[in-house]
Design a protein around this ligand. Structure first.
Ligand SMILES: Cc1cc2nc3c(=O)[nH]c(=O)nc-3n(C[C@H](O)[C@H](O)[C@H](O)COP(=O)(O)O)c2cc1C
Length: 160
């Protein structure tokens, strides 16, 4: 798919099959995040690749809408925790988008999980107190195909 096709067809995926992600696919996803642009090229991120089922279950309890982190069947849990050295979430958003599009190019769906209890998350993963951890992303092969169309801001409202 071209970049514009990837952008047009990528939708949040919250339920996954039990097909495991290959090591190569996981590396491609993480590399895409690593290469993202950032303010002054500070690259203020660290990525934690989380595959342990019990840990994912714990993280899924740290956000009201984070259940999809643990929704992947046993053989295929994988998520990336985005840890930042700054409170500026713009750069992390760039890395997240790159990772999600790189995944989608491989047919791998994803969804962000907002961590409503970041202090609890940091304790679970051993993240230093001076770091920020507000978001994790679940990745996996979609259980069901999702409709491409969904309600988005109309062209005339978004562009002037
Ligand atoms: C900053 C941010 C936080 C999000 N947090 C959650 C979340 O906690 N749980 C969830 O299921 N989806 C979460 N999402 C996914 C959005 O709900 C989803 O992208 C949006 O509804 C649009 O749907 P689409 O991605 O299919 O176009 C988040 C997305 C962003 C950008």
């Amino acid at each position: 798919m071209t970049v514009s096709e990837l952008i047009r067809t990528k939708r949040a995926v919250r339920q996954f099959t039990d097909e495991p992600l290959s090591e190569e696919a996981i590396r491609s996803i993480l590399n895409a995040g690593r290469r993202a642009q950032s303010s002054k090229n500070t690259q203020p991120w660290h990525f934690i690749a989380i595959r342990d089922r019990a840990t994912l279950r714990q993280l899924a309890e740290c956000g009201a809408y984070a259940g999809h982190l643990a929704s992947a069947p046993f053989s295929a849990p994988f998520a990336v925790g985005l840890v930042s050295s700054t409170a500026d979430s713009f750069d992390l958003g760039q890395a997240a988008a790159y990772m999600q599009l790189a995944a989608w190019e491989l047919g791998i769906g994803s969804c962000i999980a907002s961590m409503w209890e970041p202090e609890k998350v940091k304790a679970i993963l051993g993240v230093p107190q001076d770091r920020h951890f507000d978001v994790a992303i679940s990745f996996g092969y979609p259980l069901q195909p999702r409709a491409v169309s969904c309600s988005k801001t109309k062209w005339a409202q978004a562009v002037r």
